[in-house]
Every structure is written in C-alpha cells, then in structure tokens.
Write a protein that binds this ligand. Sequence first.
Ligand code: HMG
Ligand code: MG
Length: 312
Amino acid sequence: MTTTPPSAVTVYEVGARDGLQNESTTVPTADKLAFIARLVEAGLRTIEATSFVHPRWVPQLADAEGVLEGLDLNGSVSYPVLVPNERGLDRALAAGVKGIAIFGSATESFAQKNLNRSVAEQFDMFAPTVTRARAHGMDVRAYVSMCFGDPWEGSVPLGQVVDVGRRLFDLGATQLSIGDTLGLATPGRVHDLIEAFGATGLGPDDLAVHFHDTYGQALANSYAALEAGIRTFDASAGGLGGCPYAPGAAGNLATEDLVWMLDGLGIHSGVDVAHLARTSTWMAGLLGRPSTSRVVQALSAQDDEPTPGGTA
Ligand code: HMG
Ligand code: MG
C-alpha cells in the first residue's frame, strides 16, 4: 500500500436492498428481517435496509414499511433506505427512518430507465427531497450510478461523472457513493475518478465506493480506493445484487471477500467473516442457488475456519 493504511474502515452493507432488489422470487418480509438480524450478529453496523421506491418498479421491496417495522431504528445500527423523491421521503419519515440515500445517474439513458427522468430532471426531483430530509436531521447519501460505463452509451466521460456527482453532493448530501453499476471499473480508472473528485474539493471523507463484480474487478477496485484514501466500502453479503434497470449488472462486491482482504491487511471492520459466510450460505439456500463469493464458497467447504494470510 502506498498510503498509510487506516486502522479501521466502514463497511456499508447493501445486501438487504441492492442484494435482494433484483431477485425474481419474492423473499418474505420475515426472511428479510432474519437476514438483517444475522447481518447485525455478524458485526455490520450500517445496513441499507430497503427502498421507498414505487412498488411497481421494484416489487421485491414493496414491503418496505413492513421491514422497517421490524427494525430497531433507535439503536446502534444505522438502517438507511433508498428514496428517490418526496413521496418516498414521506413514507420514510412515517416509518421513522433516520437516513436516506438518493440515487442519481451520470448518464441520460440510465436516468430515463431507472428514474423516468432526464439527468437535469433528476436534480429537480432530488433537491426538495434532500432539503426536507436534512431539515429533519437525516443523513443523506447520494449515489451516482454508471460512473464507469453504461449499457446504452458505452464509456462515460470522467468529467460528466464528476459534474453529476458534484451536483448531487451539493444538493446537501452528507456522502457521495461512486457507483459502478455494471462492474466495468478497473483500478486505474478508480484512482483517476477519486482524484478528479478530489480536484473539485470532494475528498475521501466525503466519498464511498460501490462496486459491482461483473468482471471480477470489485476487490481490486476496492483496494485501489483504499490506497486513494477511501474509508467507506459498499458490499453485499454473499455477493448478491444487481439493478433491474441495468441489463448486464451482476452482484455487488461480496462483503465476505472485502472483509477477508481487510482482515489480511489488519484493518478493522468489525465484521466476523465466518459468521457472515454462514448467513450467506443460509440465504443462498433460501434463494436456491450458491453464493458467488469465493470466500463463502471456500469457507463453506471447510470444517475448521482458516484466517487470511498476512494477518498482522
Ligand atoms: P414515475 O412513474 O415517474 O413517478 O416514477 P411519478 O412521480 O410520475 O408518480 C406516479 C405515481 O407513482 C404517483 O401515484 C405517485 O404518488 C407514485 P398516482 O398519483 O398516480 O397514484 N409514486 C410513488 N409511490 C410510492 N413510493 C414512491 C413513489 N413515487 C411516486 N417513492 C420513480 C418515478 C422515481 C418513482 C420510479 O422511477 C422509481 O420508483 N424508480 C426506482 C428504480 C429503482 O429502485 N432502481 C433500483 C435502485 S438504483 C440502483 O440499484 C443503483 C445503486 O445500487 C448504485 C449503483 O449500483 O450504481 C443505488
Ligand atoms: Mg448497486
């Protein structure tokens, strides 16, 4: 590592939202709550719980209110939720949510497909949502999607990503998450984009990274981000995930793969990787297919639990 390694980082767990939103088989609310409870037992402290989007757009998360009813929103675990607009914010406020995430697109095509808005119109939708959320004391994360490529438009100019990301953050967000929706990023590009955001005044403390693992690059990209100073990493238990409006998007970086690497580097995440892997194996059983995470596969094939090489 070229920069001084941090002693600890934040893992922002998206398994219950990004992980499940793309599943065609409906996961019962009780199973979602059991999943979240197990994530907490494994040590995760920031868990994106669900989405207050239009239920017709993401039927899997139509039970958002039911999920929130089953969570302790006043404890030590944060449960942010996705909210696209004021209608979603009203629902989140009624549910007692403390933090939301808006989700913008760097490209016109994905803005239309995912939000039924142009890039310019998305800001009009988000602006009052963010202002009201902040007035209620909420944390507001802003995602910027399609940062490294788009299924309809191909590669996306770095300046375009920085412009949209900066504008989303300037609406009043407390953090910007750099979204590699399709999993197209590679480490050099990750480094360049973080540097480009830095040149506009958005430093590592303002940023998080959100890598999908379609091409097997998500862990390498996370390491590049770590070297660039990032301290918040999105990941999904077992590598679940994908976006129903982004054809070709595979699952997120598996939380177990991330934590295995962090453990090996001696960087504290608070997550018990073996415990989490058992949860992902359990969820894989519910969904009827094995986890894509190499760490989950390796751990579930062994009776005793090895530790990552190089642990300090
Ligand atoms: P729209 O059809 O343009 O909505 O959808 P509208 O504003 O025209 O309203 C139409 C009707 O929907 C109205 O009802 C509204 O009240 C209702 P009516 O008056 O006709 O009876 N409505 C709602 N109902 C419940 N909850 C709401 C809501 N909003 C409006 N929040 C909209 C616009 C944004 C709602 C729609 O496009 C939508 O829900 N999109 C969500 C898509 C989505 O969830 N995609 C996946 C998440 S993004 C992602 O995964 C990427 C990420 O992981 C980062 C990365 O990987 O890059 C975050
Ligand atoms: Mg995503």
